[in-house]
Write a protein of this length. Structure first.
Length: 142
C-alpha cells in the first residue's frame, strides 16, 4: 500500500509507522526520481556541456585575492589577457570595482601592463581595490 504522506515536490512516499510499503512503491519512487533528475540533467539551458566548458576554459581566467591595504599591488599572470574585471566580495560596486581593456585603457585604480601579462591595482580614498582583509574576485578574458 502506498504511504499515507507524500513529499511536496516529487510526490515520493513518506511512510508512517502504520503504513505497509511494497516493492512497487519503491519502484514508483525510483522512476519519479530518475525522470526528474534525467530531465534536469538534460536541460541544456542550465547545464554546460564538456565542449562548452572547454571553450570557456580557452578564453576565461578567474582569480581571487585578499587585500593587503598597500597603496599599490601588482599581479603577474602566466598568460596574456585582453580584458580584466575586478570587484570586491560583499561590497558595493561603486568604489570597489574596476575594469580594463588592453586596447582601450582602464577605469580608475587599475592598470593593465602593456604586454597584457599582468595588472596593478591601487588603493586610495576614492577607489578601494586592495583594502586590507577584503576578498576580491578577478575575471579575465584572454
Amino acid at each position: 500500500m502506498p504511504s499515507t504522506n507524500k513529499t511536496n515536490h516529487l510526490g515520493l512516499n513518506q511512510w508512517q509507522e502504520s503504513d505497509r510499503p511494497v516493492r512497487n512503491d519503491f519502484n514508483s519512487d525510483n522512476l519519479l526520481v530518475d525522470t526528474a533528475l534525467g530531465e534536469h540533467l538534460a536541460n541544456g539551458d542550465i547545464h554546460v556541456t564538456a565542449e562548452e566548458k572547454s571553450y570557456i576554459k580557452d578564453w576565461l581566467l578567474s582569480y581571487s585575492y585578499t587585500g593587503t591595504g598597500e597603496s599599490s599591488r601588482a599581479f603577474v599572470l602566466g598568460e596574456k589577457i585582453r580584458f580584466v574585471m575586478i570587484f570586491a566580495k560583499d561590497k558595493p560596486l561603486a568604489g570597489y570595482s574596476a575594469f580594463g581593456y588592453l586596447a582601450l585603457g582602464c577605469s580608475q585604480g587599475l592598470t593593465v601592463s602593456a604586454s597584457g601579462t599582468g595588472f596593478t591595482v591601487s588603493h586610495d580614498t576614492s577607489i578601494k581595490l586592495n583594502e586590507e582583509g577584503v576578498q576580491y574576485r578577478v575575471v579575465m578574458l584572454k
